[in-house]
Design a protein around this ligand. Structure first.
Ligand code: SGN
Ligand code: CA
Length: 561
């Protein structure tokens, strides 16, 4: 039982004091946590990148202006479902079971929503759920089917009797609408905890019709690392399957639908074409016509140009960025709409507003899209928070924070306490820009989703202020052999893996990967182009980081692989 309830229970005998307790309860802030799927910090103008200057996010920036921008916010496992499982439980992946994309979640772990309910909060989640258990501890939920659909998506929830019901419109607008509906209908005697989870700009980046072509006149600068040849790296950077040049698909990703018959390989005929169709076949005839009016000429022009080599890669990059950033524009609109709603309803006074993504994302850095690796663009996630009167406007926070910190922070705001298993910290300690001496000086990271689509090898590692040590290990480790969802034909990952294998897309049994390390000096090499592991002069730092890594593994009881 938390402290507040004990006090309230005792005070219930005394009406005057009870009123005082109620007003104390009323003062606890509402919490609105807005998360967009795969939104890179490079695509938020508060973070100042060149790309974001060309495609600004004025509404998300309102949160930065009113509050704090975290410049070093990290995830503990750069993949969507594990990351959201971490937000929900405040636990690392190996503690909550959700190490990989699909199966895994241990439903016996308490969710922050349940704990907040016990603190007297009304709780809701809207939009992307995609965690392999039903929402727990939510008074109201209205969620997508799996990854969710861009157009006319299905939703199920406490209000649909658990059945999926198709709705008409664009995924972001619908989630915005349902968030406001929840706020309108909420129990006003309680503070609320509302999770708003947008699908966009997740692959395959289907923009709202009104934004098709929004950035056609803009040429986005190539990241300086776009032509990275991975020359100093170990094999995982070479064997991944997430490069714009080699793995970004012309049909599914870049919507050159005219190629559906000419690309003869099984993968493009099968999966890529299937994904494209699954998206556009949900559209109404009018939506589909508007879609084709934009993408057919774009595809035609591309085909007539007969691009090859670097020109082809650069075209892919521009097309990707245009679609991705057009999706971001819809999110920015929705965030603006929610902020306006809060203000119009007096909720801007006492609501903590959080904006984040479930991880970072590559916008062509190292030639990649997707995430997964422990390199900066996927390890770092955008994180902005505002709370009137509590967080100073325009603050920059340089403390190392991580998604394990969200649940402890929410619980602390609600007058509750984190559980013993949670090792995250309360972000209130740093959100005004000062970092106490006792704050963490390193973070632990662990990625497990191998073998899988993008074929990024398993790795764990530590990042300090200046250095990063990454340990890539095994053929996927012993778990790859025994993990039931890698071996059980009923598991989704098993099916995907075997399908990919049957199309010669993937060889998940790379026998050559020996355990290997990479070391980066982020001060001298912020782009992480120079792996200095094993170089003369790095012995001491390597030794220190190895000790630190082993300490994390031991303290956190990370299973040996
Ligand atoms: C899908 C995507 C992948 C992506 C994963 C995980 N492929 O499988 O590119 O890495 O989701 O994304 S797709 O062809 O189906 O679009 S996550 O955000 O859920 O982690
Ligand atoms: Ca994601």
């Amino acid at each position: 039982m938390n402290r507040f309830y004990l006090t309230a229970g005792m005070l219930s005998l005394l009406p005057g004091l009870q009123a005082a307790a109620q007003s104390q309860q009323a003062q606890r802030p509402n919490i609105i946590y807005i998360m967009s799927d795969d939104h890179a910090y490079q695509a938020i103008s508060a973070y100042g990148s060149e790309v974001s200057k060309l495609a600004p996010t004025p509404n998300i920036d309102r949160i930065a202006k009113a509050g704090v921008t975290f410049d070093r916010a990290f995830v503990e496992n750069s993949l969507s479902t594990p990351s959201r499982a971490c937000t929900l439980t405040g636990l690392y992946s190996h503690q909550n079971g959700q190490e990989q994309l699909n199966e895994g979640m241990d439903p016996t772990k308490p969710f922050v929503s349940e704990l907040l309910q016990k603190c007297g909060y009304q709780t809701a989640v809207i939009g992307k759920w995609h965690v392999p258990c039903d929402p727990k501890g939510f008074d109201y939920y209205h969620i997508y089917n799996g990854q969710g659909e861009y157009y006319n998506p299905n939703f199920r929830g406490s209000d649909t009797g658990g059945k999926y019901v198709q709705e008409h419109g664009y995924c972001v607008d619908l989630v915005d609408k349902h968030a406001k509906e929840f706020l309108d209908n909420r129990d006003k005697s309680k503070p609320f905890f509302l999770m708003v989870h947008f699908k966009a700009p997740h692959r395959n980046q289907m923009p709202n019709l009104k934004y098709l072509g929004l950035f056609d006149d803009v040429k986005f600068p190539l990241p300086t690392t776009f032509w990275d040849d991975y020359s100093t790296r170990q094999s995982p950077a070479h064997t991944q399957k997430m490069s714009i040049t080699n793995h970004m698909e012309l049909i599914q990703d870049l919507k050159v639908v005219q190629m559906k018959d000419s690309l003869k390989d099984a993968y493009n005929q099968g999966f890529s074409w299937f994904c494209y169709r699954a998206g556009v076949e949900r559209m109404t005839p009018d939506q589909r016509a508007a879609w084709n009016r934009y993408y057919m000429p774009r595809g035609e022009e591309f085909l007539n140009a007969h691009l090859t080599g670097r020109a082809l890669s650069e075209w892919k990059y521009q097309a990707y960025m245009r679609d991705y950033l057009a999706c971001v524009r819809s999110i920015d609109d929705a965030v603006g709409d929610i902020l306006d709603y809060l203000k119009a309803n007096g909720l801007d006074e006492n609501t903590v507003v959080i904006y984040t993504s479930d991880q970072g994302f590559y916008l062509g850095e190292h030639n990649w899209f997707d995430k997964r690796f422990m390199y900066e663009q996927s390890l770092r996630t955008p994180l902005l928070m505002a709370w009137k009167g509590h967080i100073n406007p325009g603050t920059r926070c340089n403390a190392m924070v991580q998604n394990i910190d969200y649940a402890p922070t929410f619980l602390s705001l609600a007058g509750g306490k984190k559980t013993d298993e949670m090792s995250g910290l309360d972000l209130q300690q740093v959100w005004n820009g000062q970092t106490p001496k006792t704050w963490r000086t390193s973070i632990y990271y662990h990625y497990y989703d191998y073998p899988a689509f993008h074929q990024v090898r398993r790795h764990d590692g530590v990042r300090t202020d200046r250095y990063k040590l990454i340990s890539f290990y095994g053929k996927g480790g012993t778990r790859a052999e025994t993990n039931w969802y890698q071996t059980d034909p009923k598991a989704q990952e098993y099916r995907i893996l075997h399908w990919l294998r049957s199309m010669n897309y993937t060889d998940d049994n790379d026998p050559d990967l020996k355990d290997c390390y990479e070391l980066y000096d982020l001060q001298n090499d912020p782009d992480e182009l120079h792996n200095i592991y094993g170089q003369p002069g790095t012995e001491k730092i390597t030794n220190d980081l190895m000790k630190l890594l082993n300490k994390y593994r031991k303290d956190l009881k990370v299973q040996e692989y």
